[in-house]
Design a protein around this ligand. Structure first.
Ligand code: AMP
Length: 282
């Protein structure tokens, strides 16, 4: 596996691969890799002849006071995991390489970005959209894989790619969970044993809502109340939002007509955890 740290070297490698007729698939990550990331790498291997995994803890997507400095970093471990998955390139640029002196251009996905997590994390999706657009220009992949755990992020990237004519196929990958249902996340590393038990209430929330919908319930009010109950029963958990939304526009909906996204964000100790489920009428 090649380790590339500069944009210039990344471009040269990518140009040569494309000239040879090979399809590049990109998996953007912030490192502290887990089985969810590795599942994305395997999906990328099916979409492309070469797989680039980027590892960049993007300062632009953290608001002041968020966990940028504390974000888990373990390059040696990440590198070994990616070697084992037979990734072709680990692209690991520095912050100065990505945001050189004088940087001042950003991408605003105007309608989607302020909703849900954007309401609580000012500037977050602006940072995400900007860095992903930059990664697309640095790596020039034909396909890129993103996890559905970060559903709003996936929709923001899809919108950006369409709006700005990026010739990149955006693939979503289902959320990978621990055996007990907790969605894998680099931020789970912040949880103590007791907090991790409390974090299972997010999964219980999704299951409660699904069970209610399976019984025929359509009202957002009652579905959201059923989802909130297991989280509210956990003294360590503090709900940021639990919402039923249109899966495309992410706007709140009063009833499930066809499909709806149940999205939630919860603070537990130092961790801010998100999860979601697509609820469908039978
Ligand atoms: P991150 O390193 O947290 O920025 O995530 C990098 C990519 O991995 C994003 O596309 C995430 O949506 C995806 N991802 C993170 N956790 C999971 C998971 N549990 N299942 C599937 N994809 C995930």
């Amino acid at each position: 596996m090649l380790i590339i740290e500069t944009v210039q070297e990344m471009r040269a490698w990518s140009d040569a691969e494309r000239l040879a007729g090979r399809r590049i698939a990109l998996v953007p990550t912030m490192g502290a890799l887990h089985e969810g990331h590795l599942a994305l790498v395997r999906a990328a291997q099916k979409l492309g002849d070469r797989v680039v995994v980027s590892l960049f803890v993007n300062p632009a997507q953290f608001a002041p006071g968020e966990d940028f400095a504390a974000y888990p970093r373990d390059f040696a471990r990440d590198r070994a995991l990616l070697e084992k998955e037979s990734a072709d390139v680990l692209f690991h640029p520095s912050a100065a390489e990505v945001y050189p002196e004088g940087f001042e251009t950003h991408i605003d996905v105007e309608r989607l970005a302020p909703l849900l997590c954007g309401e609580f994390r000012a500037g977050h999706f602006r940072g995400v959209a900007t860095v992903v657009a930059k990664l697309f220009n640095m790596v020039r992949p034909r396909a890129a894989v993103f996890g559905e755990k970060d559903y709003q992020q996936l929709q923001v990237i899809r919108r950006m790619a369409r709006d700005l004519d990026f010739d990149v196929e955006i693939a979503g990958h289902p959320t990978v969970r621990a055996a007990d249902g907790l969605a894998l996340s680099s931020r789970n590393a912040y949880l103590s044993a007791g907090e991790r038990r409390a974090a299972l209430s997010l999964y219980r929330a999704l299951r409660s809502a699904e069970a209610l919908v399976a019984q025929g319930e359509r009202s957002a009010g009652r579905i959201v109340a059923a989802a909130r109950a297991p989280i509210e029963a956990e003294p360590l958990a503090e709900i940021e939002y639990v919402r039923l939304c249109d899966p495309e526009t992410l706007m709140e909906i009063p009833r499930i007509e066809r499909a709806a996204l149940l999205a939630l964000a919860v603070r537990i100790g130092a961790a801010r955890l998100i999860d979601n489920a697509m609820l469908k009428r039978d």
